[in-house]
Each structure stands twice: as structure tokens, then as C-alpha cells.
Write a protein that binds this ligand. Structure first.
Ligand code: ATP
Length: 307
């Protein structure tokens, strides 16, 4: 399946062993900077957003001309607030997150940050406003310190250690034989899922960007990791515009705004209370089903339950 993805095809060319190392095609794609498609317009200005409001204005998009995966999608992710996106597999949630980072250009419509069309500004300046925490964070071959510094190459050691503390990553880093100089990645120390996520959150904290894109983990972490990851996420989300592909019921219920997607369109949006009030609404059914299955608003939910 991954070979169907353009980034993965490019990776094959640079002879990365996908089976061993591929954890997030989009992340590596950006890391290697091998995308030729979205060139900056000549003389494009830099983005100077400060609030970080993200607005989709009638966005349509397809990876191929024959098939649209987003149809006329409009929504506003308010500055400093949390917007949760839910929807069954293939609904277009990850595509939204990719388009905000401008991995692809739109077929129609516009995405604006604080009113500026992201297609008109330099990609580098756009991405400097965004931190992305993926489900399966990519750790490259190098020290833990370098892996956190990837969030902002100019970060000082003190800033890196402060970010690690806020992300609850210092607790395990300091127990490692070489601390922040411990080698991770393919031939280095193996980290658990929860530890990798906390490194990735530290990376996002160090980046200090106004917009946070978050693909919440579906895979189960042990209870302690789960609680620490959640606390770390709460820290990094504070005061930022967060757009989260939500897999936990608590994230959905606590979000300021919820977007329900189906087959490339938004079918419902609003707060938890507003959506629950829609008789026979998709969200109301989803919520009833999750809670009936014994999920509490603190438990993880499956995206399959939305359809
Ligand atoms: P999931 O919950 O399974 O991750 P999703 O809601 O995030 O699903 P997307 O990953 O955005 O859905 O996919 C929307 C549609 O676009 C799907 O039909 C998917 O197969 C297709 N798609 C996603 N990425 C690509 C790509 N790089 N090339 C071609 N088609 C793609």
C-alpha cells in the first residue's frame, strides 16, 4: 500500500529500506526535501502570521485528476483553539493535515493562515509556523539531542532540555547511559512508542510554532506512557491553534470545535453539545456507540466507529 504513495516512491530511489525504516512517509519527505512540485512563486513573501487562525475556503483536492478526495471543504480552526477532526478511514483527515503544510497544491479554493493564502508565501516560512506530531514519529540516526533539535536547528542545549522536561521526556533520557547524547534511530537505542512520542512532542515544543498539527496515536501505550504523553500534549497544545486527527474520545469531547468528515466532505461540525443535539446525527450516533461499548471520555476510540 505504501508504494502507492508518491513520497515512498521517491524514498525507494534514495535506497532507504522502507520495511525497516519507514514510519511516516510525509515526515521523511519533508526531511529529505525531495518534492519538486510546490515551488515558491518567484519573489514570494514570507508568512508573518502571529495568531495562527487556519481557514479552509471551498477547498477541493485530488491526488490524481480523476478522483477528488476533498470536495468543497470549508472550515475555520480558530487561533489558539483546538479543532478535532473525526471520520472513518479514507474520509480525508490526513489529507487536510498534509494540505496545511502544502505538501500538495489545491485544485480549487484556498487555505489561509491569518487571512494569507498559503500558496502565495514561501514554503519555508509557512512550515516555520507549524509543528507536526505524527502518530509514528520519525527518529533519524543521531543523538536524542539532535532529534529534538530537528524541531528548530538554532535551539540551544538549554532550550532542548527545557522542551524535554515539558514533554516528560527528560525522565527516561536522563536514565539512559549517554543521556541526551544517546544514539537513537536504526542502529541506536530502541525506544518505546510512548518515548518516541514524547521526543516528538519535545521537538514540537522547541519549534515554538503557533499552529500544531497532531495525529493522535491509535496504538495502545502502557498506562504510564499514556498519561505522560497526554500531559505533554496538553502542554504543547496550550495557546496554540491545534488541529488534531482525534482517536481518543476525551480529545473529541474536550475540543473547542469538532469536524465530522465523510468521503471528502464535512458532514457535521460544531461543539460536542451542538453535535449531540442533532437528532440521529452521525456524531450523536458515534458518541452513543462509543460510550455503549464501555468507552469513557477518557478512553481511546476507534475511528472505525464513526462511519
Ligand atoms: P485514515 O483514518 O485511514 O488515515 P484519512 O481520513 O486520514 O484516513 P486520507 O489519508 O486523507 O484519509 O485519504 C483520503 C483518500 O485519499 C483515501 O482514499 C486515500 O486512499 C487517498 N490517498 C491518501 N494519500 C494518498 C496519496 N499520497 N496518493 C494517492 N491517494 C492517496
Amino acid at each position: 500500500l505504501l508504494l502507492a504513495y508518491d513520497p515512498a516512491r521517491k524514498l525507494a530511489r534514495v535506497q532507504v529500506n522502507l520495511e525497516r525504516t519507514l514510519v511516516n512517509a510525509r515526515m521523511i519527505y519533508e526531511l529529505l526535501d525531495v518534492e519538486p512540485r510546490q515551488q515558491d512563486k518567484p519573489g514570494a513573501p514570507v508568512l508573518t502570521a502571529t495568531r495562527g487562525e487556519v481557514r479552509f475556503d471551498k477547498v477541493s483536492f485530488g491526488y490524481t485528476p480523476e478522483r477528488k478526495v476533498l470536495q468543497d471543504v470549508s472550515f475555520v480552526a480558530e487561533a489558539g483553539k483546538t479543532t478535532a477532526i473525526i471520520g472513518s478511514s479514507g474520509a480525508g483527515k490526513s489529507t487536510i493535515v498534509s494540505l496545511i503544510q502544502r505538501f500538495y497544491d489545491l485544485n480549487a479554493g484556498a487555505i489561509r493562515i491569518d487571512g494569507t493564502d498559503i500558496a502565495q508565501v514561501t514554503k519555508a516560512s509557512l512550515r516555520s509556523h507549524i509543528a507536526y506530531v505524527s502518530q509514528q514519529p520519525y527518529l533519524f540516526e543521531g543523538t536524542i539531542r539532535d532529534n529534538i533539535r530537528y524541531g528548530r536547528p538554532g535551539a540551544t542545549d538549554a532550550e532542548i532540555e527545557q522542551a524535554a522536561r515539558l514533554a516528560h521526556a527528560d525522565e527516561f533520557i536522563e536514565r539512559m547511559p549517554d543521556g541526551y547524547d544517546t544514539l537513537v534511530g536504526e542502529n541506536g537505542m530502541t525506544l518505546s512508542g510512548g518515548q518516541r512520542q514524547r521526543i516528538s512532542i519535545a521537538r514540537a515544543i522547541v519549534r515554538n510554532a503557533p499552529i500544531l498539527l497532531l495525529d493522535e496515536a491509535t496504538s495502545a501505550l502502557d498506562n504510564e506512557s499514556e498519561a505522560l504523553v497526554q500531559e505533554a500534549l496538553d502542554t504543547v497544545m496550550k495557546g496554540r491553534t491545534t488541529i488534531v486527527i482525534a482517536h481518543r474520545l476525551s480529545t473529541v469531547v474536550n475540543a473547542d470545535h469538532i469536524i465530522v468528515m465523510e468521503a471528502g466532505s464535512i458532514i457535521e461540525e460544531g461543539t460536542h453539545e451542538q453535535l449531540l443535539a442533532i437528532t440521529n446525527g452521525v456524531y450523536a450516533r458515534f458518541y452513543t456507540m462509543q460510550t455503549a461499548r464501555g468507552e469513557t471520555p477518557d478512553g481511546a476510540v476507534s475511528q472505525q466507529g464513526v462511519s
